[in-house]
Design a protein around this ligand. Structure first.
Ligand code: ADP
Length: 328
């Protein structure tokens, strides 16, 4: 695709719906050609942000720059963005090929040219053999590919995806997730993908932007956000971390960085409240003597070398270097 390496930047972007501040002056520069996920709980402002980038929602304040140009006041079709919706929004009476070609039809392109372009896009998403079908003759996963092809035919610099995998069953979701990642790599354009699932964000994103209460809590490379959460919210939301209060303050401690010792032999005393077998791992929940809940994730071999049961007193140990101080 032509337009590559185009930078998307949000500058103090704000969205107000009446008295509700849905997005509160967020600023972020997305690296060019990046797979970015906007991650956060329901209602934190992710979709509003995406719709403002797309131009489907006006911005109340701030600016959206694409390739250094302020596109905030341009109509959706003139921004270099394309949006893939959660429900795919396909036209039921049009064939797969005509659905994909729809935006070209709106631009007045003649039929042969637009169907040729649609054919190329359908090849990209591996659906050439179904181009004459109607949407309701397709599975959910296939409909989603059509929606993708339809968004990509406009040759966007930035593809916006609003919870694109949420309607799929878990098996297909994991397959489509691999597919999206492959497409993004092949096309080399920026993908901005909204999700409330931390596993989805970790699996897909080069860059994760964690939102909470209308603001960005933390943004950065996926591994950095996971491994170095700066706030208790991010540590809890990304999961696999304990937020632990010690004399020196509040810290994040990965569940897999803890180990169990005999009572009296650890840094903190605790009693086991639950043991959950997870196949490769065993998750042990404990309650410390100062009433904090701490989870310990052990490799199955380590756990079964010395199995423990709820009610047992243990010591918790960890390497000081794995403690990570949190703000506030
Ligand atoms: P998310 O995508 O993270 O779930 P949204 O961007 O959809 O969050 O919503 C953020 C906030 O804005 C929520 O409080 C929501 O109720 C509110 N909101 C979203 N859309 C509208 C709207 N069209 N009118 C009024 N309030 C809205």
């Amino acid at each position: 695709m032509s337009a590559q390496h185009t930078e998307l930047e949000l500058v103090a972007v704000t969205k107000r719906y009446g008295r509700t501040v849905a997005v509160d002056a967020i600023s972020h520069r997305f690296n060019p050609s990046v797979y970015a996920c906007l991650l956060g709980p329901s209602g934190c402002g992710k979709s509003s942000t995406l719709r403002m980038i797309a131009g489907h929602e006006s911005i109340s304040d701030g600016a959206i720059l694409i390739g250094k140009k302020d596109v905030s006041r341009r109509p959706p079709a003139k921004r270099g963005t394309a949006m893939m919706f959660q429900n795919y929004a396909l036209f039921p009476h049009l064939s797969v090929a005509e659905n994909v070609a729809f935006s070209l039809r709106m631009k007045g392109e003649e039929k042969t040219a637009r169907l040729k372009a649609a054919g190329e896009m359908l090849e990209l998403v591996d659906l050439s053999h179904l181009s004459d079908r109607l949407p309701d003759q397709l599975s959910g996963g296939q409909q989603q590919r059509v929606a993708l092809a339809r968004a990509l035919i406009t040759r966007p610099q930035v593809l916006l995806l609003d919870e694109p995998l949420s309607a799929l069953d878990p098996f297909l979701r994991i397959r489509m997730r691999g597919e999206l990642k492959r497409l993004q790599r092949e096309l080399g354009i920026t993908f901005v993908h909204v999700t409330h699932g931390q596993d989805e964000a970790l699996a897909l994103a080069d860059e994760i932007v964690v939102m909470n209460n209308a603001v960005i809590e933390q943004a950065g490379p996926a591994r950095e956000v996971f491994d170095r959460p700066t706030t208790a919210f991010v540590a809890r939301f990304l999961g696999s971390h304990n937020v632990i209060r010690l004399d020196l303050g509040s810290f994040a401690l990965r569940a897999d960085a803890l180990a169990l010792a005999d009572s009296g032999q650890g840094q903190i005393e605790a009693s086991i409240t639950g043991v959950e077998y997870q196949g490769t791992h065993v998750s042990v929940t404990t309650r410390t003597s100062d009433d904090q809940e701490i989870s310990v994730l052990l490799g199955d071999r380590d756990f079964f070398a010395k199995p423990r049961n709820p009610g047992e007193s243990v010591g918790l140990t960890w390497d000081q270097e794995t403690l990570h101080r949190l703000e506030g």
